[in-house]
Design a protein around this ligand. Structure first.
Ligand SMILES: [Zn+2]
Length: 276
């Protein structure tokens, strides 16, 4: 199967009820991985024909709910698969590491505890479906054979805002990530939530598809960055209300064109699938 990127949820947290919040799934061969999980991914993945057993990793940019709220049900769904179905049917458990910024492991432990997903004789640490890893910027993560990801820092939180959240983040200021992902010869960059459109600029070398959020910026701002980097394709997602719907997509495209960007412009909607 040719590699694809599917938009499971296309909006920022500011679009109540119109569509799902941010989640993307990349499929290549028999492997799949998630970029964020703000949408109900445990339902949307099977609905889209993505077998949960092909899930190899979840790459999480940060813990705001519009990027992470789908995790609890995914955890429970995979937990039940690993502790009941897999044991009964003698099939492999799903082990899809969750990679995210520092405190990710502690936060997932809290989720597990909050939802009564406690270890017992069936569900053990060695068949836990979403083993969580705190990863540092620049760390090279092997998602599957031929698929690697590297997180980079964004300025989603200002220094002052991050400092104010220290008390809610186990004593350390939270950080947000973007990811550069190599999918068997195709390099994509995913902005996560950015504080500046230039957060991604140092990481666009060799990138053929930039997936950039449009929740905090205008189309011309993002288009300028894509044009300067010479990125041939631009997918806009994590849309604010301004860019929702058919008219919003046209507006976003017009704004990107006004920046001088001449590459391919794609505005996301829930269910959109593009080839990589
Ligand atoms: Zn967001």
């Amino acid at each position: 199967m040719a590699p694809t990127l599917r938009v499971l949820g296309s909006t920022s947290g500011l679009v109540p009820g119109a569509s799902f919040c941010t989640a993307l799934v990349v499929q290549s061969g028999g492997d799949a991985f998630l970029l964020d999980a703000g949408a109900p991914v445990a339902t949307l993945l099977p609905q889209a024909g993505v077998d949960l057993r092909t899930l190899r990793a979840v790459l999480l940019t940060h813990w705001h709910a519009d990027h992470s709220a789908g995790l609890p049900l995914l955890l429970q769904r995979l937990w039940l698969h690993n502790s009941i179905d897999a044991m009964r049917d003698g099939v492999s458990p799903v082990i899809a590491p969750l990679y995210g910024p520092p405190t990710t492991a502690r936060r997932l432990d809290l989720l597990r505890s909050f939802h009564y997903l406690t270890f017992d004789g069936n569900m053990r640490a060695d068949n836990f479906p979403l083993p969580a890893h705190d990863v540092l910027p620049g760390a090279r993560l092997v998602v599957a054979s031929g698929i690697e990801a590297t997180p980079y820092l964004t300025t989603h939180w200002s220094t002052a805002a991050a400092e104010a959240l220290r008390i809610h983040n186990f004593g350390v200021p939270p950080v947000g990530y973007g990811f550069v992902v190599d999918v068997r010869g195709t390099r994509i960059a995913y902005s996560g939530d950015a504080g500046s459109v230039d957060d991604c600029t140092p990481h666009l070398h060799g990138v053929s598809l930039l997936v950039h959020e449009l929740g905090h910026f205008t189309g011309d701002e993002v288009g300028r960055v894509a044009a300067l980097a010479g990125v041939p394709r631009l997918l806009l997602t994590h849309l604010s209300l301004r860019y929702h719907g058919v008219a919003g997509a046209a507006l976003a495209t017009d704004e990107v064109r006004a920046s001088g960007y001449t590459g391919e412009v794609i505005v996301a909607h829930d269910g959109l699938v593009i080839p990589l």
